[in-house]
Ligand binder design. Structure first.
Ligand code: DLL
Length: 431
């Protein structure tokens, strides 16, 4: 059926390991021969390609970090000659310097396959009409989902992000059955559909949402308001884009496309490898990409890997949804705070998932303010009782975070919406 490949996705663990062993050996040799930047890093560590004989030797290899990508900008990590590169994508870094990733024709082919597998796992077929509202362009979301959906034979609407009215018009007129966008934009679309009374005219049945952190509660709220099943998809530009990992019908964790990516978990502080089941930083080695073949790339995403049997029959290891980024984690008054913890409290208390966290420093002490948008219902029902609600949220947040946060409930639609990734945190201490 479609791109679901039983042979690969349901292979035994030992078959998967054998494939990874041989692909790693080949890939290390390829990188040594074609990427001088990484070859120097290997030489500095005293490692040669012949030292890597299987996945067990991967710990001998040096890590790559975002800083390496910036140092090597624009093409120090390119693995294939320019004439073989057919596409680039790029992502903005926190320092403003972009990271550029290169793709050969074969890289695009394997990327499309990974995304097509993700769509199949969400029970999407060539009968589906897929509305892609991720941005097209340097961001990988639009073209990534587009390539996978087209490969599967779906009818694709390449909408890109923005123009909500136009999105809804096409959704209704062309009877889109699948929505692909960030979860925050999905929540916004859901809200607008409800407000405009369009629910009966919308035919969506599946959502493929990723590119930013979202919680189980947010999933439940989007699923209920759109009447769909919402599937998570994970990936990053440096490793191709969406489709590194994807959720099956179990909707509990994302299977990693292990024939193309080898995943490890490390302690982000000591860089020590951690066993399956431990929470730590996800490190990924691309086993097949040639245009931008990253080995042991530190994603900064914190998650847990699990090899437990999945009822869908796939044997690929699963990653939990990222629980935050080791570099996005805020340290406020010495306490680690992840935006996702705040989101969990808000949704549990019946608020929309639109919020903004503002961290500042006053009199040498950190301050944490959370602006929370009310839903139209809880806004009109509770006018005049806002202070009491704010007090109760302060208590809930204190219980979750262990520190005091100022809470400000604001009217619906007053926090700026983003059609791409939501801007959740403003850390004024860094400005
Ligand atoms: O966000 C690729 C993508 C596009 C994934 C569309 C899914 C759907 P970047 O812009 O390079 O690439 O950002 C990568 O986004 O390291 C995570 O921190 C975060 N991220 C991606 N997917 C998820 C997800 C794309 N499902 C960074 N859940 C990654 C939580 C995610 N965070």
């Amino acid at each position: 059926m479609g791109y679901y490949s039983k042979e690969i996705e349901c292979a035994s663990r030992s078959e998967i390991r054998r494939l990874q062993d041989s692909r790693l050996v080949e890939q290390v040799r390829y990188v040594w021969d074609n990427v001088p930047y990484y070859r120097h890093k290997m030489e500095e560590k005293g490692v040669k390609p012949e030292d890597i004989r299987s996945i067990d030797d991967i710990c001998k290899l040096p890590f790559l970090k975002k800083d390496d990508l910036r140092d090597a900008y624009p093409d120090g990590l390119r693995g294939a000659p320019k004439k073989d590169i057919v596409r680039i994508h790029s992502t903005s870094g926190t320092t403003g310097k972009r990271v550029v990733a290169y793709y050969t024709r074969e890289d695009l082919e394997l990327w499309d396959t990974c995304v097509a597998r993700a769509l199949c796992a969400a029970d999407i077929t060539d009968e589906d009409i897929v509305q892609v509202c991720y941005g097209y362009g340097l961001f990988t979301g639009g073209l990534g989902l587009h390539g996978g959906a087209e490969k599967l034979g779906c009818m694709v609407l390449p909408m890109s992000s923005g123009s909500t009215d136009r999105q809804l018009q096409f959704m209704e007129d062309l009877q889109s059955t699948v929505l692909c966008c960030t979860p925050s934009y999905a929540a916004y679309l859901a809200e607008t559909i409800t407000e405009k009374g369009l629910r009966d005219r919308i035919h969506l049945r599946r959502g493929i949402f990723g590119a930013e952190a979202w919680s189980e509660d947010m999933r439940a709220s989007i699923e209920a308001s759109l009447g769909i099943k919402a599937h998570d998809i994970y990936g990053l530009t440096e490793l191709s884009g969406p489709g590194v990992a994807y959720e099956c019908s179990e909707q509990s964790g994302m299977h990693i496309n292990e024939d193309h990516f080898y995943a490890e978990i490390i302690d982000p502080d000591t860089c020590e490898s951690l066993p399956l089941g431990s929470k730590g930083e996800l490190v990924i080695t691309s086993l097949t990409k040639k245009g931008f073949p990253l080995l042991r790339y530190r994603t900064r995403d914190i998650c847990i890997l699990s090899a437990e049997k999945c009822s869908c029959g796939r044997t690929f290891v699963k990653m939990s949804r990222p629980m935050g980024r080791s570099d996005d984690m805020l340290i406020v008054k010495g306490v680690n705070v992840f935006p996702s913890q705040i989101e969990t409290v808000l949704i549990q208390q019946g608020y929309a998932a639109n919020y903004q966290i503002i961290v500042d420093r006053q009199n040498h002490s950190d301050t944490l303010d959370v602006l929370i948008e009310m839903t139209p219902e809880n806004f009109s029902d509770n006018l005049g009782k806002i202070t009491a609600q704010e007090k109760s949220l302060v208590a809930e947040l204190k219980a979750m975070l262990g520190i005091y946060a100022n809470v400000h409930l604001v009217a619906p639609k007053t926090i700026a919406r983003s059609e791409g990734k939501a801007v959740r945190v403003i850390d004024k201490r860094k400005i």
